[in-house]
Design a protein around this ligand. Structure first.
Ligand SMILES: Nc1ncnc2c1ncn2[C@@H]1O[C@H](COP(=O)(O)OP(=O)(O)OP(=O)(O)O)[C@@H](O)[C@H]1O
Length: 395
């Protein structure tokens, strides 16, 4: 099918055409309050998506067979190491790349070959991409004009400025705004045409930590009130887990795991996820600790979360399933609210334990050189080989 051919909409179960933004009309009454005509977000389904690039070194498998479901009006974060394929998938969904194979559905429409314009998507990228010679109001209006939308554009601009809490700044030029304000204007422009899908590629990447946090809270509120389905690419785990209803973790062009933030954090399915998300201790499978905890694995290494360590000042009298092994406190690092201990076992293998300062003062207050006893539930341990956690892009 040619790239710019409009996909045919299948009939709805009732026989009529499926409703879209065109059918319900664009609201000029303010996108928060105008509930009856507010379109719900798109349902995006990605099936067996493949994107290979020809490079001097050979075929580069940037996306290598990916299935993702993005429920209407939810926020989905694409997370993963550099080069894992996040941005390529976002660009495929946007129509900025042609897939090597696979399909993308927007609701019940096969959108794989729709042109960028026909996808009716709002974009925000890391580089602000505002027009420096246009005022803030003119920048936002551009989002309306490019879609040739009719109606009271001035009122719409005021509504959008209110939405991103930058009322009164319509006459300024981008150079007269802070980085965070510019990103909010970029968001207002992306939302100007009432898109049903919003794509954000590292939108806060260039901003400092405090501004990022503020913008995150604002973004969450805005996309919830507008109801737009939102996909955000980020390197930042905190950002992904804080913002998203669903986190999709990429590695080497594949999805390692997708699920709610809680699922990903509490039930990591693969060694890669265990290592990539959150803190881990790594010890050899032949170490005294792994053997004493009776953790059996054919893999060469074992990992577990620092907070899965149970610490005793003396061995429990009745060890009734709570097997312990002795270790010396090798180091104590004071990190403000957190105390980080390094524990060294008798085979010189080390692991780290983090406690809150309160917890440490209440229960432990260990001194360097003292002897402690450690238990780690083998069910919270995971065996792995180095290749299982490799994130080098595949060529
Ligand atoms: N046009 C292209 N030609 C060749 N290789 C490409 C092209 N676009 C992307 N790639 C390669 O595909 C891989 C995946 O890139 P992508 O930008 O999707 O990764 P990413 O996960 O978003 O990484 P980052 O977080 O660093 O942006 C990278 O190794 C990149 O070099």
């Amino acid at each position: 099918m040619p790239a710019n051919r409009k996909a045919q909409r299948p009939p709805s179960p009732s026989g009529g055409a499926l409703a879209s933004i065109d059918d319900v009309g664009v609201s000029y009454e303010g996108i928060i309050t105008d509930v009856p005509t507010r379109p719900t977000g798109l349902y995006v389904r990605v099936r067996n998506m493949v994107k290979h690039f020809n490079t001097a070194k050979g075929l580069f498998r940037a996306v290598d067979g990916v299935d993702v479901d993005i429920e209407p009006s939810t926020i989905v974060a694409l997370l993963g190491p550099s080069g894992s394929g996040k941005t390529t998938l976002l660009r495929l969904i946007a129509g900025l790349e042609q897939p090597t194979g696979g399909s993308i559905y927007f609701d019940d429409t096969d959108a794989t070959n729709l042109s960028v314009q026909d996808r009716q998507i709002g974009f925000v990228f890391q580089s602000y991409a505002l027009f420096n010679h246009k005022t803030v109001a003119e920048n936002i209006k551009f989002g309306l004009e490019v879609r040739k939308l009719k109606g009271d554009h001035d009122k719409r601009v005021q509504d959008l400025l209110a939405l991103v809490q930058l009322q009164g700044l319509g006459d300024r030029y981008p150079r007269q705004l802070s980085g965070g304000q510019r990103q909010r204007i970029a968001l207002a422009r992306a939302l100007a045409s009432n898109p049903r899908l919003l794509l954000l590629d590292e939108p806060f990447g260039a901003l400092d930590a405090v501004v990022r946090k503020q913008l995150r809270a604002g973004l969450k509120e805005i996309v919830r009130s507008v109801g737009v389905t939102t996909i955000i690419v980020t390197h930042d785990q905190e950002e992904a887990f804080d913002l998203a209803d669903k986190v999709v973790v990429f590695n080497r062009g594949l999805v390692e795991q997708q699920g709610s933030p809680t699922e990903i954090i509490k039930r990591p399915r693969t060694p890669f996820i265990m290592k990539f998300v959150g803190e881990t201790n790594v010890v050899p499978a032949t170490s005294l600790l792994a053997k004493r905890m009776r953790f059996a694995t054919s893999k060469s290494n074992v990992m577990f979360r620092p907070h899965d360590i149970r610490l005793f000042k003396s061995p429990p009298a009745d060890d009734n399933g709570v097997l312990t092994i002795g270790a010396n406190v090798a180091n104590k690092a004071n990190l403000g609210w957190i105390i980080k201990y390094t524990l060294r076992f008798d085979d010189d293998v080390e692991c780290e334990l983090q406690l809150t300062r309160d917890q440490d003062e209440r229960e432990y207050s260990l001194v360097v050189g003292s002897r402690v006893f450690v238990h780690v539930n083998p069910r919270s341990m995971m065996g792995f080989n180095q290749s299982d956690v490799d994130s080098t892009p595949l060529v």
